[in-house]
Design a protein around this ligand. Structure first.
Ligand SMILES: [Zn+2]
Length: 481
């Protein structure tokens, strides 16, 4: 007796293998059988004729640390077929925060919570406990952020950490890894972590190996100094003897357009010597905190939130400057603290990076922005619709692999990311003809097209294009074989 059967669908199994017509039968939390299940009894049968049955998507790069707690329905992610989020990226995690967080909250920590109220977990353990006691609709795996550790342990973020501060951060990191963090992330491009030396990073992360942790990094430079930043990342990976993940790989600034021709072969060479992978979001505009130096690097900037001027979220910085009758720099200053979308990349670099065989899909979505970058609700459908079906960058099978089997293998989520007997029943059913994020920067808050059903650990969490209210997410750990 099956609990749930997806009947008459076409299975794309997440390994990159060609699609095949098959029913998928689920018992409890697991996939029990794949094939012709006609006549088999089941508690629930969902007819998915004409639709693709794929493993649930893994958001390899998320900032949902707080959304998992404050909006456990996780609609922006569930609605695009995501069943697992990796949080704590770019050096910023909600925990541990053993002291009162500064006011106003130190950017970029304010991307997670501007009030400071949510930095309430003195240890990583307590954060994970809170999540497990009130599970969200999707699975989660958490990194501990180096910038969070710096804010927790240091007095002067403009300096390199002292021996005592490094020891303190290392202790907090070990506690987090013991509690279940899957690794450590850095955000060395941010003012709050820029002064960290490579030695500081290596010493804080010293215990990663012992806990089979992974090192994820928003690198020191994604612009003119990209090659040096990559070299630093590889060196950190070698010194720690752990896998590294290059977060949201991109080339920023017009004079770096086309340099994925340099970076990808370099990454490929490094991959032959040590474990390296990367993630990418499918847009040529990025989004993060609002800062003058960032606005100077691109022609177009859209404001996503502003504490002093919340009413201006969604508008172009140039228009705001004109309304205020001031220059761009002055307008930026008046809007801070805030966030923005930066049109800083070349579309051809984005396509080349997405096409690179070891690139995983991540959203990098910022769930608490008033007018967020559309990647928050649309990253995965856009890869399937715009890039696979529309642009023909790769087959649908490859697109699905980049958001399921590949990510599960790189992060060590065993039994996830594939449709096979015995695997966890994280499943996304979508319409290959219509799936897409047909919305842009003007109207970013709405579900994408074409995602029909989503099951998380065998429980339907999204059905017929609507949330069911089920919260069956689990904490995932890294399993290294
Ligand atoms: Zn980042």
């Amino acid at each position: 007796m099956f609990d749930l059967i997806f009947k008459h669908g076409t299975v794309i199994d997440g390994t990159g293998a060609p699609r095949r017509d098959a029913d998928v039968g689920i018992v409890g939390r697991y996939i029990e059988a794949i094939g012709d299940l006609s006549g088999e009894p089941a508690r629930q049968i969902v007819d998915v004729a004409g639709l693709i049955v794929a493993p649930g998507f893994i958001d390899s790069h998320a900032h949902d640390d707080r959304m998992l707690l404050s909006s456990p329905d996780m609609t922006p992610k569930l609605s695009q077929g995501v069943t697992t989020v990796v949080v704590g990226n770019c050096g910023i995690s909600l925990a541990p925060m053993p002291r009162t967080v500064p006011q106003p909250v130190t950017p970029p920590l304010d991307l997670l919570d501007r009030s400071g109220d949510w930095f309430r977990y003195s240890s990583f353990d307590r954060y994970l406990d809170a999540l497990c006691r009130r599970p969200p609709a999707v699975n989660f795996a958490a990194l501990v952020g180096h910038t969070t550790l710096r804010v927790a342990a240091m007095e002067d973020l403009g300096a390199a950490a002292s021996d005592t501060e490094i020891a303190h951060m290392r202790t907090l990191a070990v506690q987090a890894l013991k509690a279940g963090a899957i690794g450590i992330s850095t955000g060395l491009a941010y003012t709050t972590a820029m002064s960290a030396t490579i030695d500081e990073v290596v010493r804080v992360c010293e215990d990663l190996r012992a806990y089979d942790g992974i090192y994820c990094t928003h690198m020191r430079d994604e612009s003119d100094g990209i090659m040096e930043a990559l070299a630093e990342t590889f060196e950190i990976g070698r010194r720690l003897d752990v896998p590294v993940v290059i977060s949201h790989h991109k080339l920023s600034g017009a004079r770096n357009f086309g340099r994925s021709h340099e970076t990808l072969p370099y990454i490929e060479r490094a991959m032959r010597m040590q474990p390296v992978c990367l993630d990418c979001y499918p847009y040529h505009a990025g989004s993060t905190v609002l800062e003058v130096w960032r606005t100077r690097r691109c022609d177009r900037v859209i404001v996503t939130w502003s504490t002093p001027h919340p009413e201006l979220a969604g508008q172009d910085l140039d228009d705001i400057a004109a309304i205020l009758g001031v220059g761009r720099d002055e307008a930026t200053q008046r809007l801070m603290p805030g966030g923005a979308i930066y049109f800083s990349m070349d579309e051809q670099d984005v396509e080349r990076i997405l096409t690179f065989p070891c690139t995983m899909i991540g959203s990098d979505g910022l769930p608490h922005d008033n007018q967020p970058h559309p990647r928050l609700w649309g990253a995965f459908p856009r890869v399937l619709g715009h890039y696979a079906r529309g642009r023909g960058l790769f087959s649908l099978e490859v697109a699905v692999h980049k958001m399921t089997g590949l990510s599960a293998a790189k992060f060590g989520f065993s039994g996830r990311g594939v449709i096979e007997p015995g695997a966890c029943a994280d499943i996304t059913v979508f319409d290959a003809r219509t799936v897409d994020a047909g919305f842009g920067y003007g109207e970013p808050i709405r579900p994408a097209c074409g995602i029909a059903h989503v099951a998380v650990n065998g429980v339907l969490a999204w059905a017929d294009g609507m949330t069911t209210g089920a919260h069956s997410g689990q904490q995932l750990r890294r399993c290294v074989t």
